[in-house]
Design a protein. Structure first.
Length: 176
């Protein structure tokens, strides 16, 4: 993996664990969550770097290619990690309303770890600079979480994330 993908995975994992702690996950589940969140984008190593580095919005065919990364990640991990980790990687872009990918799962059909990773991933994606967009503020990330709670994101997970993210020490650790 490249440096930014690795750093994104680590930031997402740290935030996911903080959210998981707020939700009362067990130590075993928190360890699995950390691994799954750190590896959630591993399928991107199978994608053309030329698409990953595009400094513009993706065309429809490019988007379809990018949307294969959860399946590719699951394929890479399914025989080497615990099943709940591989399933969380597969489902981290599913949406509570069923409009996500790769399988259009909704509600509780989406593994709990994936619902947590989805929120942590979104926060890091919003607040990090990418080749196609500047970093936006934590305030904007919180607004987006609130706006999409119950449709894109699990409302309970959003509430837990909000309780974690209002702590300035969390912001500083994510920015490090």
């Amino acid at each position: 993996m490249d440096r930014e993908l690795d750093a994104h995975g680590l930031r997402t994992a740290c935030l996911a664990v903080a959210i998981g702690e707020s939700l009362g996950l067990t130590t075993v589940d928190l360890k699995g969550l950390f691994v799954a969140a750190q590896l959630h984008d591993i399928g991107k190593v199978e994608l053309p770097q030329s698409i990953l580095d595009l400094p513009r919005p993706l065309a429809a065919d490019e988007r379809r290619t990018i949307e294969q990364h959860p399946v590719l990640g699951h394929q890479l991990l399914v025989d080497v990690v615990a099943p709940q980790i591989a399933e969380a990687v597969l489902a981290h872009h599913e949406r509570i309303d069923g409009a996500g990918y790769p399988h259009g799962l909704s509600g509780d059909a989406i593994p709990r770890l994936a619902r947590i990773i989805s929120v942590a991933d979104a926060v890091d994606a919003i607040t990090s600079q990418r080749c196609y967009k500047p970093a936006l503020s934590m305030e904007f990330a919180l607004f987006e979480l609130d706006l999409h709670a119950g449709t894109q994101f699990d409302s309970v997970v959003v509430d837990a994330a909000m309780s974690v993210l209002v702590l300035p020490s969390v912001w500083r650790s994510l920015a490090a």
